[in-house]
Design a protein. Structure first.
Length: 363
């Protein structure tokens, strides 16, 4: 199944057929949505984000809207009160923020129905909700303009990325706990530019982020019973996969705020960080030290079109390809990296145990 958040305020769901059912010469697959998730006649604005529940049945979808509303559907329901043809009403909706809800994420679990959810909005709040009672959030924090939230699998916590418009040189990625362990939210990554997207790999326990300055960062999360606050090796858990430089070749006066002028007169240079460096390799050491200092990192160049900006990142969560990381940016280019440094002995042991368990279930 494929779900898409649409600008008309609905979520459309398609049942994607197997590749063997499509014609060999077919290059484009086009069909009407099999299911439309709507909020009735209420004007909810654009659907800005959605989250599919990673739990028993995988039947619940949460969506957030520009009106501040958050809705949750059960796509397995057969209730005539919620179904009308191919349209479905949500089983729960509430006003979560006073501004647009930029991002939403359901907490994965073993229950048939999700229990917790985190939201982030343009009102500069991010909130954690108990879906049994959404009158008041169980936690709300006032920070910068939230650009994304993502629940951390295996944790009673979530990661939050912000665009601190008043602190351009101190933009942070935070980890906030639900309150179960009675710990406060704390920063885990520091950047000099806006974080546009993030993704979590549940196989290698790592968080990846991309920034407006053109950086791709990876953070290995600590164990659940440990905190990054005052940790001496916190910086060793973070690495920059690559950063982007814009080489301006301007021979005459042009308006670099336009895309065509920037693409014609500038060259993008992607600098991949060295995984292994020797003491004699001074350039490698310098690059690593540069990326481990938030104050020395690149700033977003606001004098020209943001050609270097990286806007999307995604881990491959298929077992066997779980070390591959894809990132895409404003330039229209997609880069794919195999982060082999995360292929530790503990990860290999875990993969082997999962494969053996899958074989037993098949038998």
């Amino acid at each position: 199944l494929l779900a898409a958040a649409c600008s008309d305020g609905s979520v459309r769901v398609w049942a994607i057929p197997g590749l063997n059912t499509l014609l060999d010469e077919g290059r484009i697959y086009q069909k009407d949505a099999d299911l439309s998730l709507v909020c009735g006649k209420e004007k909810v604005g654009q659907c800005l984000s959605l989250s599919w529940y990673r739990g028993m049945g995988h039947n619940h979808i949460a969506a957030s809207f520009s009106s501040g509303l958050v809705s949750i559907w059960d796509i397995s329901t057969t209730s005539p009160l919620l179904m009308e043809g191919s349209s479905m009403m949500p089983w729960h909706s509430w006003l979560a923020h006073m501004g647009s809800v930029i991002s939403v994420s359901l907490c994965p679990g073993g229950e048939e129905r999700p229990r917790y959810l985190i939201t982030g909005g343009t009102d500069r709040f991010f909130k954690i909700w108990d879906l049994m009672d959404t009158m008041v959030p169980i936690q709300e924090v006032y920070r910068g303009l939230v650009s994304g939230v993502r629940w951390l699998p295996g944790w009673s916590a979530a990661s939050v990325t912000c665009d601190d418009v008043y602190l351009q040189g101190h933009t942070q990625t935070l980890v906030t706990e639900t309150g179960y362990l009675h710990t406060r939210c704390h920063p885990v990554l520091a950047q000099n530019s806006t974080v546009w997207d993030q993704d979590v790999s549940h196989w290698v326990g790592s968080l990846a982020t991309v920034t407006a300055a053109g950086e791709l960062n990876v953070l290995v999360m600590p164990p659940l019973d440990k905190s990054l606050v005052n940790s001496r090796n916190a910086m060793q858990r973070m690495t920059c996969v690559f950063r982007t430089e814009v080489d301006k070749k301007v021979e005459e006066e042009v308006n670099l705020r336009e895309y065509k002028a920037t693409s014609d007169n500038c060259i993008l240079r992607y600098r991949d960080m060295p995984v292994n460096s020797t003491e004699n390799d001074s350039s490698s050491v310098e690059e690593i030290l540069l990326m481990r200092s938030a104050q020395r990192r690149d700033l977003e160049d606001i004098t020209c079109f943001p050609l270097a900006s990286m806007t999307r990142v995604a881990w491959n969560n298929n077992l066997g390809s779980h070390l591959w990381l894809a990132s895409g940016g404003q330039a229209g280019l997609v880069r794919i990296h195999c982060v082999e440094a995360l292929n530790t002995q503990s990860v290999n042991d875990m993969v082997r145990e999962v494969k053996e368990d899958m074989k037993k279930r098949i038998k």
